[in-house]
Design a protein around this ligand. Structure first.
Ligand code: ATP
Ligand code: MG
Length: 420
């Protein structure tokens, strides 16, 4: 124990569990890498104004959850609460949209920070893998991203997740709907904070989790009944493409994002084993965001999946990822000459691509064998003075207990064969 603890709302990733976490990141991003998405990494902090504009002044993220700081030089920065605004900022700054074909397809993986009330599945430091396809309005692109997320969850072995889908309309039909919704909401019995939302962000009221609000929303006008022809056709195509790919979804007319630059396709993945923190990922089309942060018109679509909650979802379903053992071979030397010989063999094994470890610290045979077993290795290579005198080592199969001598200069080849 040290004097210090991890800050509230954060946790440390430690071996062996951290291997799972890393594998989840890998497996979420694998489908993206196979679909032409290139890796992007942006700074952990940005100008606070980018998020104020790019995430939205009226959102909880910006009003309550952002970690902001003033640098010694007087710059106003914020730890990144999400990825989309940064990725779009970086793409515009580097003119990626002018250099190659559109859409520019990017994926990212990293840490995000939100000052939240910590609870299971809700942390102040968490991790997302995300994808953005910038500069094309094509229902196949929306479908592609959703399918890639579904394939990622499936590859992990998750079953109890659901896809909720909606369309938010566009600059033509959304304002008309927004006004109709505002009229309806003004007639309800709502608290002051919610009343304020009617003006700033009326769609968000549909998302209110409280029963007292939900009860009054029966009969509220729904976006899906107000979609213009172009939006309706676009959404129908997305739905058809998903169904053709064997992706099931639930139409959720109350699924919203609320800000004007979010348009058309919006979706969320929920997992039923997570209690109240059920959203494992979400995304949608954001055709107006580029202009909002000073760029040209670049219709885009993206998603972000929460890694922490995905790991919790795996636990909830009892899914064990089949990961290769961190150590395949463990070397147990007895005496100084053997230490030198086996250290060389361990280096040779590693260079041959075999995960190998060594009994460091001059342990006796019993303790060293304990370490070998604990390491999860399949084989132990054991050698003492007598083995060395015969130019061999003992190769022990830790699963069956069988042991046999192998010539020193054959060990790497023999283990490569056995572990292939
Ligand atoms: P919620 O409604 O649970 O607050 P959100 O709408 O704020 O989620 P997004 O901004 O869409 O979430 O982020 C995408 C994903 O990132 C979420 O679905 C979730 O899996 C994950 N996520 C968001 N906030 C947190 C957090 N504080 N701790 C852990 N994971 C989070
Ligand atoms: Mg949130």
């Amino acid at each position: 124990m040290s004097t210090f603890k991890a800050p509230k709302g954060t946790y440390d990733l430690l071996p062996p569990d951290s291997a799972n976490y890393l594998a989840v990141r890998e497996m979420i991003s694998a489908p993206l890498r196979r679909a032409g998405y290139g890796y992007i990494e942006t700074p952990g902090f940005e100008n606070v104004e980018l998020f104020a504009r790019g995430v939205g002044e009226s959102t909880d993220i910006v009003t309550k959850e952002m970690y902001t700081l003033t640098t010694k030089g007087g710059d106003e920065l914020a730890l990144r609460p999400e990825g989309t605004a940064s990725v779009l900022r970086a793409a515009l700054e580097a003119n990626l949209h002018k250099l190659g074909n559109l859409p520019v397809k990017l994926w990212y993986s990293g840490s995000y920070y939100r000052y939240e009330r910590p609870q299971k599945g809700r942390y102040r430091h968490f991790s997302q893998v995300g994808a953005e396809a910038i500069g094309a309005q094509d229902p196949a692109l929306d479908a592609e991203l959703i399918i890639l997320a579904v394939d990622a969850y499936r590859s992990l072995g998750l079953k109890n997740f659901r896809l909720l889908l909606n369309s938010l309309g566009d600059q033509e039909c959304r304002p008309v709907y927004r006004a109709a919704l505002q009229d309806f909401l003004r007639g309800l019995d709502l608290d002051d904070d919610t009343r304020k939302r009617i003006d700033i962000n009326p769609l968000r009221v549909l998302d209110d989790k409280r029963d007292s609000v939900q009860k009054q929303l029966a009969g509220a006008p729904m976006m899906r009944d107000h979609l213009c022809e172009a939006c309706k056709e676009y959404h129908d195509t997305v739905r058809e493409l998903l169904l053709a790919a064997g992706v099931e979804f639930e139409d959720d007319p109350k699924l919203v994002r609320g800000l004007d630059y979010y348009t058309r396709t919006t979706f969320e993945f929920v997992h039923d084993g997570l209690g109240s923190q059920s959203a494992v990922g979400g995304g949608g089309r954001y055709d107006g965001l580029s202009e909002m942060i000073g760029g040209p018109a670049l219709p885009s679509v993206g998603w972000a999946l929460g890694v922490d909650r995905t790991v919790l979802a795996l636990q909830a379903e009892g899914v064990e990822l089949r990961l290769p053992s961190a150590t395949q071979v463990f070397a147990v030397p007895l005496g100084d000459d053997a230490r030198r010989a086996l250290f060389g063999i361990v280096t040779g094994l590693r260079r041959a691509g075999i995960a190998a470890d060594f009994a460091f610290g001059g342990k006796g045979l019993k303790n060293a064998m304990k370490s070998a077993n604990r390491s999860g290795a399949r084989y132990a290579v054991v050698a003492g003075e007598r083995d060395l005198a015969e130019g061999s080592v003992q190769l022990k199969d830790l699963e069956t207990g069988e042991q046999q001598p192998v010539a020193l200069d054959e060990v790497v080849a023999e283990l490569s064969r056995r572990l292939a």
